[in-house]
Design a protein around this ligand. Structure first.
Ligand code: NAD
Length: 336
C-alpha cells in the first residue's frame, strides 16, 4: 500500500520540488491538495489527476478528517502557519510532514509534538538533506573520525533575499535569514556532530535602511560549543550567497560545497595532506522522494522518523538562544 499525502500550500517549493517527486516514490503518493487559490487547485488538480472531491480550500481544511485516502498532510506554508495547520491535521487524525523551520517558537514546536502524540500520529520535519547521499556519507565519516576526531565545523548558508515576500515579513516568517537558510548551517552542525550545543555566541548585522530588512535580520553569524568540545562557526545571510560546510578533524577535513542544494552536492576529503574528490554513483532516489518515502515507511511499519518533531524543536531551542545572544551581546547557555 502507498501512503496518501495531501499537500497544503501550493507555492514554489511544493509545486516545483515536492509534488513532481512523488513520481519517484515507492511508498508515497499524492492524493489531495489544499490551497486558497481556486485557479491553482484547478491547474495542479488537473496536472496530478486529483479529483475535485480531494481538492480543499483553507476554509474546509478540517474536512480532510472524512477522507480516508489522506494518511498524511505535508505543510508547505509560510513558517508562522506551520503550527496551526500541523495541529489541525493531527486533530483530523492525520500524520504530519512539516517544512523547516518547524514553527516560529519553542512553545509552538512543543504544542505540535503534543498534538501529534495525543492523536497517536507521526510528526516529521522536512530536513531533506538527511535523505541525500553525500550528507549521509559526511555524517558517517565525521562521526567515525575519518579525518581524526572532529575539532571544528564551519557551515555557511545564505542567498540574496528578493524583496516583497512573506520571508521578509516577521509575522509570517518569525525571523530573517536564520529561520530560512541559516537553519541549514545549524542543522548541519548538529547532524555532523550528533551532539546538542551547550553554548552559543551570535553577532547580527542588518542594514535597517534596506527596505528588505525592516522587520527581519539579514546576517546573523553564530558560534556553537558542543559537549565534546567541538566548535562550530556558522554563517547565516540574506545578502550573500553561501552553501558549504567543512568538518575539520585532527588529520584533515571533509569539505562539502555545495552542501545542501536541491542537487549537485560535491565532496572533497583532505587527509594527511592529500585532497581527493569523493564521487558517488548517481542515487536511485532524489532526497525529496527519499524524505516522502521515509515518513510513509515509518507509518507503514510504525517506526519513528529519523527527523521527528523533536528534531525541529532542538533546532528551535538553539535558534531562540542565537537571537537572545545577538540581542544581548553575550554568549548564552543552552539547556536541553
Ligand atoms: P512560497 O511563497 O512559494 O509558498 C507559500 C505558499 O503559501 C503560497 O502558495 C501561498 O499562496 C501560501 N499562503 C497561504 N497563506 C499565506 C499567507 N497568509 N501569506 C503568504 N502565503 C500564504 O514559499 P515557499 O518557498 O514554497 O516556502 C514554503 C515553506 O517551505 C516555508 O516554510 C519554507 O521555509 C519551506 N521551504 C523549504 C525548502 C527546503 O528545501 N526544505 C525550500 C523552500 C521552502
Amino acid at each position: 500500500r502507498k501512503i496518501g499525502y495531501a499537500v497544503v500550500g501550493l507555492g514554489s517549493y511544493a509545486t516545483r520540488q515536492i509534488m513532481p517527486n512523488f513520481a519517484g516514490c515507492d511508498s508515497a503518493r499524492l492524493v489531495a491538495l489544499v490551497s486558497g487559490t481556486p485557479a491553482k487547485l484547478e491547474q495542479f488538480g488537473t496536472q496530478y489527476k486529483i479529483p475535485k472531491t480531494h481538492r480543499y480550500s483553507y476554509a474546509d481544511f478540517d474536512r480532510i478528517r472524512d477522507n480516508p485516502d489522506i494518511d498524511a498532510v505535508y505543510i508547505v506554508l509560510p513558517n508562522s502557519m506551520h503550527a496551526e495547520y500541523s495541529i489541525r491535521a493531527a486533530q483530523a487524525g492525520k500524520h504530519v510532514m512539516c517544512e523547516k523551520p518547524m514553527a516560529i517558537s519553542v512553545a509552538e514546536c512543543q504544542a505540535m509534538i503534543a498534538a501529534s502524540k495525543k492523536a497517536g500520529k507521526k510528526l516529521m520535519i522536512g530536513y531533506r538533506s538527511r535523505f541525500e547521499q553525500y550528507n549521509r556519507l559526511a555524517i558517517d565519516l565525521a562521526r567515525s573520525g575519518h579525518v581524526g576526531p572532529t575539532r571544528l565545523i564551519t557551515a555557511e548558508h545564505g542567498f540574496p533575499a528578493q524583496p516583497n515576500q512573506w520571508r521578509l515579513d516577521r509575522p509570517l516568517s518569525g525571523g530573517g535569514s536564520l529561520m530560512d537558510i541559516g537553519i541549514y548551517s545549524l542543522n548541519a552542525a548538529r547532524y555532523l556532530t550528533g551532539e546538542e550545543p551547550v553554548e552559543v555566541s551570535a553577532v547580527e548585522s542588518t542594514d535597517r535602511n534596506d527596505p528588505r530588512f525592516k522587520t527581519v535580520e539579514d546576517r546573523i553569524n553564530f558560534m556553537l560549543r558542543f559537549p565534546s568540545g567541538i566548535i562550530a562557526n556558522c554563517v547565516s545571510s540574506y545578502s550573500s550567497s553561501h552553501n558549504s560546510y567543512r568538518v575539520i578533524g585532527t588529520q584533515g577535513y571533509i569539505d562539502m560545497e555545495p552542501a545542501t542544494p536541491y542537487q549537485g552536492q560535491s565532496m572533497t576529503i583532505r587527509k594527511d595532506g592529500v585532497a581527493t574528490p569523493r564521487v558517488l554513483p548517481a542515487a536511485a532516489k532524489t532526497q525529496f522522494a527519499g524524505q516522502l518515502d521515509h515518513l510513509a515507511e515509518c507509518i507503514l511499519t510504525n517506526a519513528t522518523p529519523i527527523v521527528p518533531g523533536e528534531e525541529g524543536l532542538a533546532d528551535m531551542r538553539v535558534i531562540e538562544a542565537i537571537y537572545r545572544s545577538a540581542a544581548e551581546h553575550r554568549s548564552v547557555g543552552i539547556k536541553a
